[in-house]
Design a protein around this ligand. Sequence first.
Ligand code: HGY
Ligand code: MN
Ligand code: MN
Length: 425
Amino acid sequence: MPTIPETLRVDPGRLWEDFQNLSRFGRTQEEGVSRPAFSAVHLQARAWFRERVLAAGLKFSVDGAGNHSARLDCALPAAGKHARVLLLGSHLDSVPNGGRYDGALGVLAALEVLRVIKDAGLALPVDLEAIDFSDEEGTLLGLMGSRALAGKLTRAELAAPRGGRQALLEGLGRAGLDEAGLLTANRSVQQVSGYLELHIEQGPRLKSQGMQIGVVTAIVGISSYRLVFTGRADHAGTTPVQDRLDAAQGAAAFILEARKLVLQQFPGCVANVGLLVLEPGAYNIVPQRAVLGFECRSASMGELERLEAALLAQAQHEAQRYNLGLEAELLSRHAPAMMSVKVQDAIAGAAEALGLAHTRLASGAGHDAQSLASLCSSGMIFIPSQEGGSHSPREHSTWQDCLNGANVLLGATLRMALQQMDQTI
Ligand code: HGY
Ligand code: MN
Ligand code: MN
């Protein structure tokens, strides 16, 4: 294998300026960001990213899923025009009032790696592409752009997305996209040689262990459900409490029991009710319907399915207890994914070369890398999250940690490119 130019580093000032400028799009009062997929501010952030790509003299492209890419055609002539591409990326969309680092750091570091390699005039066995995936956070569907690229998106998912069909169509419309484009954005392993993603850990482990870099071994599986408890609307003043068919009672009991169930029976898993709507939604009407949006997560598919079954049985039990109807709809199930050991070793090698303390760990957050893992050799680099916070303005990583992560991404990119990661996963 040709020698790796170990002295190359990202440009701290250039990356810092990009990070500060990007954080302006969708900035919230609490210094977080709100850039829901295909919202006006998300599209403005993407337009800004396009300008940065062109300013760097890189090729810009958008695929049928709205994934935005910078491309550096640095493949050696021997690779010919069929050179495969090594993807580096993450996502520019965010959760409502989320943090400035989630996704953004990975996209900007990927762009910076392409600039550094371009400025160094390096020729590699593969081309390089920095990619910003559409709707990673699931405002509309979840891992939408990366699942489209990996050829995993299905018509069924598009028919009942967790953010609602109407929101999906309106979002696609604002971005100039359509379903046909989503379903034809897939690439093959003959085109893609591998995938790398830099991301904040979004949890407390690296910091508590005094580690500077996390080498991700696996990514958690995530299932999303919509539950509807149905009772009867009644006058909140004149209806005797014991005669009410109160949908809120069923929902509240489920939320409390679900937490107990996970703690007692599924200690390695999580469940979260993130959405709760009571209808008709007035102070003086006993709620007729309670609509819940919940997620549950496990590192193993078998356990995820058992957890889902246990939670649905609990919901059924609470519906019977309060004489309510119950509808349960599975909206999405993203399988857990193992990260390529070869890519893990490339990341660990890059961290070692930089003298950074590193450890291997699984991810409790979902990521685009779990979509790409079924297509090509994929891996993730974590940096520590201060106080472990994320998906809130509390999210913070030190700038030194961000630079460490970007330099590990650079080193791992060179290792993966020069080792010409083979096509097996
Ligand atoms: O929800 C997640 O785990 C990720 O941040 N999208
Ligand atoms: Mn993310
Ligand atoms: Mn996130």
